[in-house]
Every structure is written in structure tokens, then in C-alpha cells.
Write a protein that binds this ligand. Structure first.
Ligand code: C5P
Length: 220
């Protein structure tokens, strides 16, 4: 681990949270700030990697020295990832991607006068971008996923992570607890990284930059 140890590696990182449009002025979103993904991009570039950052509605500035591609919805993010993935040695899906999106995007603003006191939205499952990238990965390509969970029981949290690692088919899964005040908006993070067998390979806590460094040590 250290300066230049990722030189020559091409790393594609998604960060932030997707917004699923409902109408021209509204969206369904999540509270991901993008801080952990941006810290990964910054740390990887500092260690010599060439970094593509697929940025979904970041609340923090994108680092310099990275190739930023903007994406807003899950569909945008999927397009950007599929475009960048073939040239990547490493893919890191740190973005919080909406699991569901509106079945239809209304061309005009939804008006309460037309809808009344209750409004029912129909949502449909979005494709799992990470699972798709993992299934399509070329030999030697490393795919890293994230799992943000609100489970408070550490044993159950680990179990959720193990299930997800198996289901997604990625090489590593970064598991972290999120809640009203931890994880997404916070400056700090605490993660457990699992390998594809569900075995713990890293436990790290601290600033998002130091956690990023520990995750990138897997690649050096
Ligand atoms: O299933 P869950 O949303 O908890 O999985 C989280 C991981 O899967 C993250 O790496 C996230 O970027 C990715 N994901 C995805 N496409 C989705 C939902 C999540 O790539 N539709």
C-alpha cells in the first residue's frame, strides 16, 4: 500500500445515489452523499490508478485527476457502467442504486387537484447493475460491491452480507450499517469486507478516506 502501487490499474467507481424521475420536477431518491465512493476515487488516483468516476448526484465535489461521468437515474448509471466496464481492471459499485423506479414517468407535473388525497405510485424493479457486471466480468477483472444495511444486530448484519455476497457474485462485498445518522451522510464509516465465500477479509473504521485506503489495499 502506498504511492504509485496502483499505477497502470484502470478503476471504474460508481458513487452517490440515483434519482428516479416521477415527473419533470420530482424524483424518488436516497440519502447517499457519495462521500465513500468519492474517497475511493481520490485515494485510487493518488496511488496512481486511472479512475473513471460514475457520479450520481454527489453532495461532495468530485476529485481532480479522475474522469467524471454524470449519471442521475439507475438507467443512466447502468449505461455509464456498461460503457466503462470493458476497459476496467477493477469495478467498484459504491453508488446507492434505486431498487425500484416508477413504472411511468409522467410528461407533466403530477397535480394534487387531479389525484385527490391519496396518490398510489406503481414501482418496478430496476435491473441489478452489480450482479450484471459481475456475471459479465472478463478474466482477471475484480468486481467490488457495497451493501448498506440498517440491521443493528452484528450477527444478522453479517448474515445479510454473506447472502448478498453470494447472490451478487462479486469478488468482494463492503458491508456497512446505515441509519438516520450513520453511514450515508457521515464523515466516518465502519465496514466489514467479505470475499466471495462470505469470509471476512477486512474490518475497518475511521474516516471515509482511511476506509477507502484499506479497501484499495485489496488490489495492490
Ligand atoms: O441489493 P442491494 O441494493 O443492497 O445491493 C447493493 C449493491 O448492489 C451496491 O453495490 C449497489 O451499487 C448495487 N446495486 C446495483 N443495482 C441495483 C441495486 C443495487 O448495482 N439495482
Amino acid at each position: 500500500a502506498g504511492p504509485g502501487d496502483l499505477a497502470g490499474k484502470r478503476i471504474v467507481i460508481s458513487a452517490g445515489g440515483t434519482r428516479e424521475p416521477l415527473d419533470p420536477v420530482r424524483f424518488l431518491g436516497n440519502r447517499s452523499s457519495g462521500k465513500q465512493g468519492v474517497a475511493l476515487a481520490e485515494a485510487a488516483a493518488a496511488r496512481g490508478a486511472s479512475v473513471v468516476l460514475v457520479a450520481a448526484n454527489l453532495e461532495v465535489p468530485a476529485p481532480k485527476n479522475v474522469d467524471v461521468r454524470l449519471a442521475s437515474s439507475a438507467a443512466d448509471l447502468e449505461r455509464a457502467m456498461l460503457l466503462a466496464a470493458p476497459d476496467a481492471d477493477v469495478i467498484i459499485m459504491a453508488a446507492a442504486v434505486a431498487d425500484y423506479g416508477p413504472a411511468e414517468v409522467r410528461p407533466e407535473k403530477i397535480k394534487k387537484d387531479d389525484t385527490g388525497d391519496t396518490l398510489v405510485l406503481t414501482l418496478v424493479r430496476n435491473p441489478d447493475i452489480l450482479a450484471g457486471l459481475a456475471a459479465a466480468r472478463k478474466p482477471g477483472q475484480v468486481v467490488i460491491g457495497f451493501a448498506a444495511e440498517t440491521e443493528t444486530d452484528p450477527a444478522l448484519l453479517l448474515e445479510l452480507g454473506r447472502d448478498k455476497a453470494a447472490r451478487k457474485g462479486c469478488d468482494f462485498l463492503v458491508l456497512n450499517r446505515v441509519g438516520w445518522s450513520e453511514g450515508f451522510a457521515s464523515e466516518r464509516n465502519a465496514v466489514t469486507v467479505l470475499d466471495s465465500h462470505g469470509d471476512i477479509v477486512i474490518e475497518a473504521s475511521g474516516s471515509k478516506m482511511s476506509v477507502a485506503g484499506r479497501i484499495l489495499d485489496l488490489l495492490s
